[in-house]
Design a protein around this ligand. Structure first.
Ligand code: NDP
Length: 492
């Protein structure tokens, strides 16, 4: 990789809300710092109820008056495709904005986040004119139909771990379906989505259809969930906050919610795997990608005794190769932790588990950097039993908890989690074992002999139980932004 490195101080940050196509400032109390060097990047204003109301009313008015919902849907598709083109044309600017305040290294924002974002816009643009209703089988003197219509305005609340990608998963299908939308990014990663919204207008999206409001979850997020003009909420974040979002949506509607929440996803490895090295690569990526700050992080390794020693030593070796470089260094591949408090939380969870009897194979500890970024090295812990906090609590950091099994039934029992059911991985050469995993694991996604989503949008993602409700990605995410109306016409 070359020529990707940059100086963070050279990046111009769009600081403020984005309302009716304009950047709007205000009393700026929220301090935004970079996890890459700890420097203060900006002071951010916070949208209270009044500003959220203005954003929602603007989106509703523009959605009604601009023809966005009423035009031939292919006209929407054209604008979305132009938006994707503009994202690609401005890829370097977007990538730098993303890298400067999030945990995403520049090689990855250039190589994955921005191409994935453009791909997502094109994916959902293709549904605009391809999802219609049905004609029902009524008596011949009646015409019965189902038609889809947009909600009007949707609310989107995004986390900090993949700011552009997460926001686009919510905003793009909502717009493609004919809605206006109000997005609140995380207060820790507020800049790149503003530039994304500006590019949407450049592509032809009516100004005011896609508004961004900045602020904390308690003030701004809650106001979005409770706003009467907002008909549907899409949220990604912790299970605790997801419950609060659902409660607010219920009390102010009720209105439907899509919730993509936490996880504690297992990776099962059987001793029939053809290559320990290949599986070690997958497992390592699955718990260290974005330094473990991914909802589907494969944070629990369930490994059969026959292969345990070889696999664990291959993983230990990989832990030693990680380098902490500032995210804007073109050679950076490993992410910082988003904040000091998150780093302390991760270390406290590990220390608590070790004090209660877990065996630390590789210590998760602070890494020294020349830039002053917040980095934790990957850690591996053999837990004594499933009561250990590291086995059941979401860490959201680069820590792998391990248990060894002998019989298949033990492995399947260990894979179950009392709360979460987001994703699971199974690594085996046995088709019957793979089939058993697909059929029996209580997880929204099961990966066989791989771990992680594909780099397109065709397969929906979402969790069972405490990991959420509804799906992002896929046709299902588009349809979730439409409501079904039933029509019955008498022919006389
Ligand atoms: P949160 O769930 O607290 O936040 C996610 C988003 O929701 C943020 O934009 C946040 O705002 C907002 N929010 C917070 N409270 C409310 C509320 N009452 N009503 C509406 N919106 C609200 O996650 P964190 O960012 O604090 O991360 C903590 C944990 O969440 C992680 O350790 C991890 O377990 C999980 N997480 C899961 C993710 C996933 O991909 N599934 C992604 C990120 C986190 P703000 O933060 O600006 O105040």
């Amino acid at each position: 990789m070359s020529n990707l490195g940059f100086r963070p101080e050279d990046v111009a940050l769009p600081v403020g809300h984005f309302l009716a196509g304009k950047l709007v400032s205000g009393k700026a109390d929220i301090v935004v710092t970079s996890p890459g060097n700890g420097h203060i990047l900006a002071h951010l204003p916070e949208a209270g109820g009044d500003l959220v109301d203005e954003a929602a009313q603007t989106a509703a008015r523009v959605q009604r008056q601009s023809g966005w919902a009423d035009c031939a849907p292919r006209e929407r598709a054209k604008i979305l495709r132009r938006w994707a083109d503009l994202v690609e044309r401005n890829a370097m600017e977007l990538a730098r904005l993303e890298t400067v305040c999030s945990t995403r290294p520049i090689a990855q924002t250039v190589g994955w986040d921005i191409p994935f974002l453009a791909e997502g816009i094109r994916f959902f643009s293709e549904y605009c004119d391809k999802v219609g209703g049905d004609v029902a089988t009524t008596a011949t003197n009646l015409l019965g139909m189902t038609v889809y219509e947009p909600y009007g305005v949707t609310g989107a609340i995004a986390p900090w771990n993949f700011p552009l990608v997460m926001a686009s998963w919510k905003v793009v299908p909502a717009l493609a379906a004919g809605n206006g939308t109000v997005l609140k990014p995380s207060e820790m990663t507020p800049f790149s989505v503003v530039r994304l919204a500006e590019l949407a207008i450049e592509a032809g999206l009516p100004a005011g259809l896609f508004n961004v409001v900045q602020g904390s979850g308690i003030a701004t997020g809650e106001a979005i969930c409770r706003h009467p003009a907002i008909g549907k909420i899409s949220f990604t974040g912790s299970t605790r906050t997801g419950i609060a979002v659902m409660k607010a949506a219920a009390e102010s509607g009720p209105k439907p919610v899509t919730l993509e929440l936490g996880g504690k996803s297992p990776q099962m490895v059987f001793d029939d795997i053809p290559s320990v090295d290949d599986v070690a690569d997958r497992i390592f990526r699955a718990f260290t990608g974005n330094a473990g700050q991914v909802c589907v992080t494969g944070s629990r390794l369930i490994v059969q005794r026959g292969v345990a020693e070889a696999l664990i030593s291959a993983l230990v070796a990989r832990c030693g190769q990680v380098k902490a470089l500032a995210p804007w260094d073109e050679n950076s591949l490993y992410s910082p932790i988003i904040s000091e408090s998150q780093a302390n939380h991760i270390l406290a969870l590990v220390q608590g588990s070790v004090h209660s009897g877990a065996q630390e194979l590789v210590a998760c500890k602070r890494m020294n950097t020349q830039t002053g970024g917040i980095f934790l090295s990957p850690g591996m812990v053999m837990v004594q039993n499933s009561e250990c906090p590291l086995w059941h609590e979401e860490v959201f950091g680069p820590v792998l908890a391990i248990q060894v099994f002998d019989e298949d039934d033990q492995a399947f029992a260990l894979a179950e989690h009392p709360v979460y059911g987001l994703a699971a991985g199974v690594h085996t050469a046995s088709l019957p074992r793979a089939m058993r995993a697909i059929r029996t694991l209580k997880a929204g996604t099961v990966w066989v002999n791989r771990y992680g989503r594909s780099s397109d949008f065709v397969i929906p993602t979402g969790g069972f139980g405490g990991s959420g409700i509804g799906k992002d990605l896929g046709r299902q995410a588009f349809e979730a932004n439409l409501r079904l109306k039933s029509v019955l016409m008498a022919a006389e």
